[in-house]
Design a protein around this ligand. Structure first.
Ligand code: NAD
Length: 499
């Protein structure tokens, strides 16, 4: 068994350096052809804990060749046997749930409890893959006398995924179970900021008995993504990241003839009306905009306050002010990101917003880390960058509107369409909002309305380019192609137009 990382030994936030990351191609650890490396920074300390290869087209080509070679065998395995590998993967992940969470926490900067929640959600995605053999049988029907039609979902061949920094383990596992259980071979390009969790995943796959070449890792940045988009042997590519890159990748992959599904950024709105439950709303809103330090595509970004909800806003501010960076929420991914987020707060203040809770000077205990405390901005002008653009930090912009109509109109003017929630005790208001907001994932009295398996995850508008959702059943459809087989094994010889 070849391991370069092994079980991660941390059981606290204490700084720990690990072996340099490598590409995983055809069941071997390899350097990138460029010889170039980037540092992998632990954001809590602002210090390199490892480094990662920066691959180029030659490395992508090597991974695709290994995947194509493995596909000859892998596609012939019955789906149930392919799923058995994922049963074993699930057991292995459960057995080292804590150490996986520490690894996620160290490379990403999120606090341990939130990293553990990510690992649990990643395991849930693996479980969905395990369940596919029970669901993936296509229908068959006698469509005419003696004539049967049958639908078979067949794998595409070599497929690829590109993932962001904010969920190093979970987002890759949004894609991999459906893709591999359905018979494809996979090339993953994780974020160059967080390659380590996927290295451990490759090691666990090997222990679980996945044949060499079925899962491959090519680390790097833009050059490796462009090579994945262009490679003629890759049949489908899924991407999760920011909207400008999602748009570029979607266009480039589609131009090369691939099926493409590219999830982008977000600006999620929570609408709060005066009949909302104060305790539930305040608790929920704070958890939503500060969880993972606001660095998740489902985080609350804008609170659209309808009429007089001052008591609820006061309760939100009171709770947010008590949060301690480093224990209640983690670090920001990079110094540049922390600077960018501070810039949004400064600009909002200058444009007339009131800073109800100011996280600009707050920091965790560790020296050198990238920190920012929870920040609540009230009276944010509706046309300002803090109300319109993705900040991706622990910042809540409160936009005051007089009516529910105005709240819906404001929300629907956003180009994004990932998530939206309404806080109310009125079924009528909830129904009205859920029926009219431009968002793919909606919640009633819930701050992070992530559709759990088997429901699909995916937004609308500029939050997603391509058709269908990335998780759940849609994911299975994305990574397969439907073959329709029509047969006639009957002795009767009547003539029909199908003869
Ligand atoms: P990012 O777009 O900077 O990077 C995502 C991936 O694209 C990385 O693997 C990166 O190496 C690669 N990449 C970066 N620039 C590229 C370029 N010019 N050409 C080709 N590839 C490039 O995103 P990030 O900062 O890692 O992640 C945060 C973003 O991801 C946020 O906008 C967040 O909303 C979004 N996100 C969306 C979802 C969703 O489900 N919609 C989920 C998680 C994160």
């Amino acid at each position: 068994m070849s391991e370069i990382l092994g079980k991660f030994q941390a059981d606290s936030y204490a700084f720990l350096a690990v072996a340099p990351a490598q590409n995983w191609i055809g069941g071997e650890w390899r350097e990138a052809s460029t010889g170039e490396r980037a540092e992998v920074i632990n954001p809590r300390y602002g210090r390199a804990m490892s480094s990662t290869p920066m691959s180029a087209a030659a490395d992508v080509d090597a991974a695709v060749s290994a995947a194509a070679a493995a596909w000859v065998e892998w596609r012939a395995w019955p789906m149930r046997e392919r799923a058995h590998v994922f049963y074993r993967l699930r057991d292995l992940m459960n057995a080292e749930r804590e150490s996986l969470a520490w690894l996620v926490s160290h490379e990403n900067g999120k606090v341990y409890a939130q990293a553990l929640a990510e690992v649990d959600k990643a395991i849930e995605c693996v479980e969905f893959g395990c369940s596919l053999p029970n669901m993936a049988g296509g229908p068959q029907l006698e469509v005419s006398r003696g004539v049967h039609c049958q639908l078979v979902h067949e794998p595409l061949g070599v497929v690829a995924g590109v993932t962001p920094f904010n969920f190093p383990l979970m987002v890759p596992l949004w894609m991999i179970p459906q893709a591999i259980v359905s018979g494809n071979c996979f090339v993953l390009k994780a974020s160059e900021r967080v390659p380590l969790s996927t290295i451990r995943l490759a090691e666990l796959f090997e222990q679980a008995g996945l044949p060499k070449g079925v899962f491959n890792l090519v680390h790097g940045g833009k050059a490796s993504v462009e090579a994945l988009c262009d490679h003629p042997q890759i049949r489908a590519l899924a991407f999760v990241g920011s909207t400008p890159v999602a748009k570029l990748v979607y266009g480039r992959a589609a131009a090369a003839g691939k099926a493409a599904l590219c999830l982008g950024g977000a600006k999620n709105h929570l609408i709060v009306v005066p009949d909302a439950d104060l305790e539930l709303t305040a608790e929920n809103v704070v958890a939503s905009f500060t969880g993972c330090s606001g660095q998740r595509c489902m985080a609350a970004a804008n609170l659209v306050a309808v009429g007089d909800v001052d008591d609820i806003i006061a309760a939100i501010a009171e709770r947010a002010a008590k949060l301690v960076p480093g224990s209640d929420h983690g670090a920001i991914t990079s110094a540049a990101a922390a600077e960018r987020i501070r810039g949004y707060i400064d600009a909002a203040e200058q444009s007339g917003a009131k800073v109800l809770v100011d996280g600009r000077q707050k920091r965790g205990e560790e020296a050198g880390g990238y920190w920012l405390g929870a920040t609540v901005l009230d009276g944010v002008p509706a046309d300002s960058p803090a109300a319109r653009e993705e900040i991706f930090g622990p910042v809540l912009s409160i936009i005051r509107v007089p009516t529910l109509e105005a709240a819906i109109a404001f929300e629907n003017a956003s180009p994004y369409g990932n998530a939206s929630s309404i806080y109310t005790t009125s079924g009528h208001i909830a129904r009205e909002v859920m029926g009219r907001v431009e968002a793919g994932m909606c919640g009633v009295n819930i701050g992070v309305p992530v559709p759990r398996e088997p429901f699909g995850f995916g937004g609308w508008n500029d939050s997603k380019f391509g058709h269908g959702d990335i998780t759940g059943w849609d994911g299975f459809r994305f990574w397969t192609r439907p073959r329709k087989i029509t047969t006639k094994w009957a002795l009767q010889k009547d003539w029909t137009w199908m003869s």
